[in-house]
Design a protein around this ligand. Sequence first.
Ligand SMILES: Cc1cc2nc3c(=O)[nH]c(=O)nc-3n(C[C@H](O)[C@H](O)[C@H](O)COP(=O)(O)OP(=O)(O)OC[C@H]3O[C@@H](n4cnc5c(N)ncnc54)[C@H](O)[C@@H]3O)c2cc1C
Length: 648
Amino acid sequence: MPEPDIVVIGGGPVGARAAALLAEAGRQVTLLSLEAYQPYNRVKLTPLLSGDVQFGEIAVPQTAGQTPNLAVHTGLRATEIDRKSRVVRTADGQIWPFSKLVIATGSNAFVPNIPGHDLTGVYTFRTAADASALMARSISARRVVVIGGGLLGLEAARGMQRRQAEVTVIEHEGRIMPRQLDAGGGALLAARIEEIGVTVRTGVAVREIAGDARVEEVRLADGSVLPCDTVIICTGVRANIDLARAAQLPIGRGIVVDSRMRSLDPDIYAIGECAEHDGLVHGLVGPGFEQADVAVADILGQGAQYDGSIPATKLKVIGAEVFSVGEVEQLEVRPGVTSHIWEETGLYRRLFIQNARVVGAIAVGGWEQASRVQNAVQQGTLIYPWMIRRFRRHGVIWPDADDDVTTLPDAATVCNCTGVTCGRLRDAIAAGATTPQALGAATGAGNVCGSCVPLLEELVSAGGPPKPVRLFRGLLGLSLIAGLVALALAALPRIPFPQSFDADSLTVWLWRDNIVKQWTGFILLGLTVAAMIIGLRKRLRFMDRLGSYDWWRMVHLAIGGLAALGLVAHTGLRPGANLNLALFVVFTLTLVMGALAGLATGGDHSLRARRIGTARKPVRRIPTWVHIIAIWPLPLLLAAHVLASYAF
Ligand SMILES: Cc1cc2nc3c(=O)[nH]c(=O)nc-3n(C[C@H](O)[C@H](O)[C@H](O)COP(=O)(O)OP(=O)(O)OC[C@H]3O[C@@H](n4cnc5c(N)ncnc54)[C@H](O)[C@@H]3O)c2cc1C
């Protein structure tokens, strides 16, 4: 009897990943896989069906037999988990002892009990065998009906349409991709799909698949009849949980697991589409990979925790870009969630906001900020009213100038399938991966569905570390001067008020002459207002026409420095009392923090230029925010000061 250390049941993408990682870590692993093929990348069945890739290109290389301590047995069904004897039995009568068992049995295509579903000419689309059968069928198929307008149904439709069949998609809900899109997004996607020649019918159920021995037509609940020779059923999946049920492990819609991906039996793990964590069963490969990593870390004693996954889809569906993040189906009806829509010809975007944070988003037709939005959802980033206003007007949350890939934070997920972050990719680029292929080999990114490859290309051409902003040296120098002047305000002793009336004295002229005092006051007020307007430069898009942000930042700083001098001229560094004291303190704080923010920004970019440090978690945020917050009371204090000066 073989004596493997770890047994993995299921050679789908998730089981294959867990098995490969455990074997790489030096454990003896046996992978039992029901399908007759070497483990392959199921996501790539779509391009396989449409003829864009060959089967050899979608195999999982780590399970190809190079790892001596990984034994892959294909075409072998596990029939029983004997928890008492700690063995798995297979259909050929063999017994496989385990110290740890990983169940990764995934899902099967769900076929509803529609009359005629067992006729010849009815197919599902889940496995490589299904894809082969469909490819063979596509040679003679002329009229195809796809039942189910989800991601899979649409991709199957595309695959058959590209092989010259006339295709109709039937979706019983009111829109296509109902789990990822809302009515607006679904309608736009349906229109794009119709443009390429696939007919879409929503809001109607299939009553019967009819024919004499083989499929001849599909009858719909509204009485219409669609003649066809092929039907593909893509109506969802059901988790494979029979083995676990028979082994008396708790099950719901999947095998119930804890945050270490362990079932009730601490030596038996469940991961991927067959696992239920916190009441949820995920139908995407990304969460399955996260779960595999956690289970592997737990088995290896490295300690890891699975906190659930936020579903995120960024794909080309039938050539149209579709992005969806968050549980959008639930968000539409969740109390306390507001949503904002932006539309333009061929583009549709919707944001879901709860407690001033973006909790979900939808886009059809491409959105250059999709990765940042996904990161914002995952990090719970605050979204301010002006960002929502910008989104409603222009369809972007951040100014366009910020869309450079170099501005993505390290934590941003770039590859949804493998969970690879921007930081990991930057490290790989710094270590010498200079092509998307090399990045894929080093990190795994882009190897599953491939939708992030354009972003990998951008990251590679950005050259790894983020580039410094223009004029950063000038920014540093000017901030230093402004900072010294502003600090002098706080540190220098007050200049005594002139007691004599010596006409030649500057101090008498400045502080005794009422007209001069008013002039310095209004100049100071003018400088303050100008600095505030320029400070809003980044938020007001119409100012884009008036020159680059980098130049305006220099002007803002210069005005800040002048305002510091103006304050000396106006006050002689005498802060006064009560209201005047408050104004003096707030004004000085604003100036000092503004100069510090400039110094931190210039310093940060100077490090970037020299490639020292990562400069991706900038320290400038703190002084910038204190500077912004300190500005808020200024208009009120200034108004009160002006009124008080004239009243008294
Ligand atoms: C055509 C297609 C396109 C997709 N596109 C995307 C996409 O773009 N993005 C995305 O995130 N997801 C996509 N998915 C979904 C994704 O493929 C699944 O989420 C993923 O495959 C789940 O992996 P898994 O290993 O948990 O389960 P599965 O892939 O279902 O693998 C489970 C394996 O276990 C085997 N098995 C079951 N029972 C036994 C047993 N008793 N003994 C031995 N072996 C057994 C099964 O035969 C199967 O090979 C797509 C799916 C399909 C079909």
